[in-house]
Design a protein around this ligand. Sequence first.
Ligand code: CO
Length: 223
Amino acid sequence: MCAKTIHDTNHITYESLLAGNKKFVADTLDLDPEYFTKLANGQNPPVLWIGCADSRVPANQITNTRPGEIFVHRNIANMVIHTDMNMLSVLDYAVNVLKVRHVIVTGHYGCGGVIAAMSNQEFGLIDNWLRHIKDVYRLYADELGSIEDEDKRVDRLVELNVIENAYNLCKTSIVQNAWAKGQPLAVHGWVYSLETGIITDMNVSTQNNKNMDDVFRFSPPTP
Ligand code: CO
């Protein structure tokens, strides 16, 4: 028998978080006494990250970036749902105020939200959120149905869910209006591997609405 070892979190307590903060401040000031003074003056992140809430996929650590460098929105299964005021507000602020140049939807293999959506089990309130992933499944039912290995099918649905949510970003008036104004803005889809730490680019990078299904286009195709 080989038991899976899971990262031990027993040492994390309410008090240890505050102690950790003190250490973070001391270590940071050691390296750069001006660090907080500079950051407090404002933010200018070039990237908006839309990722899964999963504790193992923190935007900054896995891209070797620091505070101030990525604007982050996370929810279960990195969804872009066109009625989600939270996501839309983050996107609007990132695109129109911060003027980010990249928006990246980042999913991860083995995503619990995707696994749940693929099953027939009822989980409660969250089923309404996961329903959007079932819609992605239906869109690609032929391809997914032909994958016999269940883990591989989950992983392919993770990829397709990232691709569809990147397209969902392109369908918003926020992104299309930025393109119509000539603002440089690219939408991407990435998948992170919990097992290797490596990010795979799904190569869906989109910088205009040229190839979009006509019904989703708000204006003439952007250059
Ligand atoms: Co997840």
